[in-house]
Design a protein around this ligand. Sequence first.
Ligand code: ADQ
Length: 489
Amino acid sequence: YEKLDVRPLRQRLLVVANRLPVSAVRRGEDSWSLEISAGGLVTALLGVKEFEARWIGWAGVNVPDEVGQKALTKALAEKRCIPVFLDEEIVHQYYNGYCNNILWPLFHYLGLPQEDRLATTRSFQSQFAAYKKANQMFADVVNQHYEEGDVVWCHDYHLMYLPKCLKEYNNNMKVGWFLHTPFPSSEIHRTLPSRSDLLRSVLAADLVGFHTYDYARHFVSACTRILGLEGTPEGVEDQGRLTRVAAFPIGIDSDRFIRALELPKVQEHIKELKERFAGRKVMLGVDRLDMIKGIPQKILAFEKFLEENSIWRDKVVLLQIAVPTRTDVPEYQKLTSQVHEIVGRINGRFGTLTAVPIHHLDRSLDFHALCALYAVTDVALVTSLRDGMNLVSYEFVACQDSKKGVLILSEFAGAAQSLGAGAILVNPWNITEVADSILQALTMPPEEREKRHRHNFVHVTTHTAQEWAETFVSELDDTVIEAKLRTKQ
Ligand code: ADQ
């Protein structure tokens, strides 16, 4: 967002997402400090340079008092951010409940945690009511700040009800909606009690975007099978009105990573890491600590590899960096303990007095440290059980132009469709297959590494976040113009 502050002005873009790209910490009654927050959406939108963007979203804190709200609004305005204030009860029901307990696992084919199933079924209606209420609150703020000609771009599963609310305010608003997670098969989506409401509200947008063609196809099938509407090659048609549906694969700001590698600070990190792990091949995992990322499966596959390839035991190290998320949720606490338990067992089993095979860190790394780690890595392991895209795989490729390391990538990450030809694709549930792919990666001839890397590097440096955003927004403009022409005819 630092960059967004200094860009020359062009078309106004209102980016609406559940979270603002900053986290706010209260320092006093009327003073706040702001910190950029990690995550895929933030990273991608950091690369958007061609618009005068304003962000609308929740700052991640409860601010019940007017003095605090005013002060935070002022501090955020300097960053071109506009807050939506949500109270604790709404956050509990809308964000923790409907978004993260229902939609997130469902869209990633994970189902609900067994013990929560009945409780969730009972509280479903109240959570959905809170979801709609929260979306209406976002719509109110958008409407207050909207100026004619603005493009409104709504993001993700938190805001599926927003396009409908916005169009009710102003049918001429240009509204796009983009989903960062997978959209599951219509057979999964149809289990949601609110399945039709959600589809209809998303269809109120002019343009609906997904990371891959498969997700777009699933969405269109859900609309045809559940709502009985007509699917066309362009999208979904309802009584003569077309909602355009298409794939817009996200990218990263690859130049930012490539340039960072030249910085003395990053070079210094690289030197330290090389010395620290001299004589060993470095394998890397960087994930939010979430069920969908398949971290326990990845570590078990690494254990299998060590078990079956004793000559590699003192020649390889796995660095797993996992930022904790949703630490207040028991399911996530359980995941953390499970990962710690497995790592401890494997280090006990294969470690020596001077070295352990796995370094696991429960924390976020700063950008420069992350770039250095990507640059010294020989093999990156992305084993998501499902992932909308997965930007870590892109970031790794961007930082590997001198080393040409190997990417092992889950076939269930959207990135498999763009980086599949250069990566080794695996089924993360099959730990024998992943263990074999680790050996294949570590022993891959340099010419093959070079060829695979080249394919991915070209993709990552041409299909950037900026290109993604520009394509989406210009497609949205075209869609609205075409629709106007159609109605005139
Ligand atoms: P995420 O699930 O957050 O994003 P991902 O796309 O991999 O997943 O992005 C994670 C981002 O957070 C990356 O930029 C990464 O560098 C950063 N990050 C992760 N762990 C970190 C750590 N320990 N330290 C520092 N930074 C860390 C969601 C979807 C994805 C989709 C994106 C964008 O789940 O599938 O690719 O949105 O649409």
